[in-house]
Design a protein around this ligand. Structure first.
Ligand code: FAD
Length: 342
């Protein structure tokens, strides 16, 4: 049994977000004594949020300098918490903040790090050796890895584990403050620029992934392109169904080629081998051919449906549960009318 540290950073309100609670659930499922290390402007709200989780120690690095995401301060705080806990296994959520800082911390500690981990387990057979599961080659192969180097840091991808939730009111946790001299910083965070919530088309927690392909921008049966109507139909559906928007590479690349494009689509929306692999219970593909480099990004979409004019498209070859051979403009016009009426 090896000692475990859950490493978490707080959000701007001082609490822990869902990815941190998922990592906590993963850490609690492991054999070994658990400590929690927290970094933030103030860590008490986070400690109280998880006071009843059963951790043996709560360690904190706090202060104004540690409220912002910044490599130098995050790495210094994480290093100090790892040293103070003496843990052999360090589990952290794969947030952009930790993904940037923790590989350097592993190097400073003489340990190792694995990223994009989907599960942390004790191998069932044998002596309960810790092991991690991750995908390789864009979700085409899954591997279970063990390592002998310690500390072994693990960045857990979001959405793989049910987040921990408090069984009831738990009171306050006693936090041991770990002193860290804030390093000299060259980066000053002056503010955050983010799109308004209703302009945000990438919604990882949505029940449905709606994928638009290049067909939306191609000449239709009347010989004309209908990009403006396509955009209206897609945005109307996203609003009504609260779906997340994905795109094929061909569609997101069009913006770089000066063609009629959907303004709501960026490279961040791209699904596939060179794009994202989101996790949604359902997916609906429209005007997208369903070629392998695209569909490999659908690995974690459980129920797949597609609308395509071509009965021989990729989706028809075992890649979708249901293929509607139909004009997506016509189908989505009717679907949106039904959603508005309903
Ligand atoms: C190394 C490599 C990596 C790649 N990575 C990715 C990746 O990450 N993601 C990705 O998406 N692609 C990727 N690709 C490209 C991929 O192979 C395809 O070229 C791309 O997915 C095609 O996009 P599409 O299906 O939208 O466009 P098209 O192939 O042009 O298909 C358009 C489809 O729209 C249909 N259509 C047109 N009008 C309508 C209508 N009114 N109603 C219904 N259907 C209609 C057509 O029948 C057609 O099937 C990669 C390729 C390579 C070589």
């Amino acid at each position: 049994m090896e000692s475990i540290l859950l490493l978490a950073h707080t959000e701007s309100d001082g609490t822990l977000a869902k990815p941190a609670l998922e990592a906590l659930a993963a850490a609690l499922a492991m054999e070994g004594e658990l400590s929690v290390g927290m970094v933030g402007a103030a860590v008490e709200p986070a400690a109280n949020q998880i006071a009843g989780c059963g951790a043996a120690r709560f360690l904190g690095v706090s202060g104004p300098a540690f409220g912002q995401s910044r490599y130098s301060t995050d790495a210094a705080a994480a290093e100090a918490l790892c040293r103070a806990s003496g843990a052999a296994i360090v589990i952290a959520p794969s947030t952009s903040r930790w993904a940037r800082a923790l590989p350097g911390v592993a190097y400073r500690l003489g340990g190792r790090i694995d990223t994009h981990v989907t599960h942390v387990t004790n191998l069932a057979a044998g002596d309960g050796t810790p092991a991690v599961t991750r995908w390789f080659y864009r979700q085409r192969m899954e591997a279970v890895l063990t390592r002998s180097e310690r500390p072994w840091m693990v960045l857990l991808d979001a959405g793989c584990v049910v987040p921990w939730s408090a069984p009831g009111p738990s009171g306050a946790a006693a936090v041991e403050s770990v002193a860290v001299e804030a390093p000299v910083t060259r980066t000053t965070v002056t503010g955050i620029q983010a799109p308004k919530a209703d302009e945000q088309t990438i919604r990882p927690d949505a029940k449905l992934l709606f994928v638009a392909g290049a067909g939306w921008t191609k000449k239709q049966s009347d010989g004309a392109v209908h990009a403006a109507e396509a955009e209206g139909l897609i945005l109307g559906f996203l609003r009504a169904a609260k779906a997340s928007l994905g795109g094929s590479k061909s569609l997101v690349d069009l913006s770089g080629e000066g063609e009629a494009v959907l303004r709501c689509m960026t490279h961040l929306n791209q699904i596939g081998q060179t794009g994202a692999t989101p996790r949604h219970p359902k997916g609906l593909s429209t005007c997208c051919h369903g070629e392998e480099p695209h569909v490999v990004g659908w690995r974690f979409v459980n129920q797949r449906r597609a609308i395509n004019l071509d009965a021989n498209c990729g989706w028809a070859r075992g890649k979708a549960d249901v293929l509607y051979v139909a004009d997506a403009f016509e189908v989505m016009r009717r679907v949106n009318r039904l959603l508005e009426a309903g």
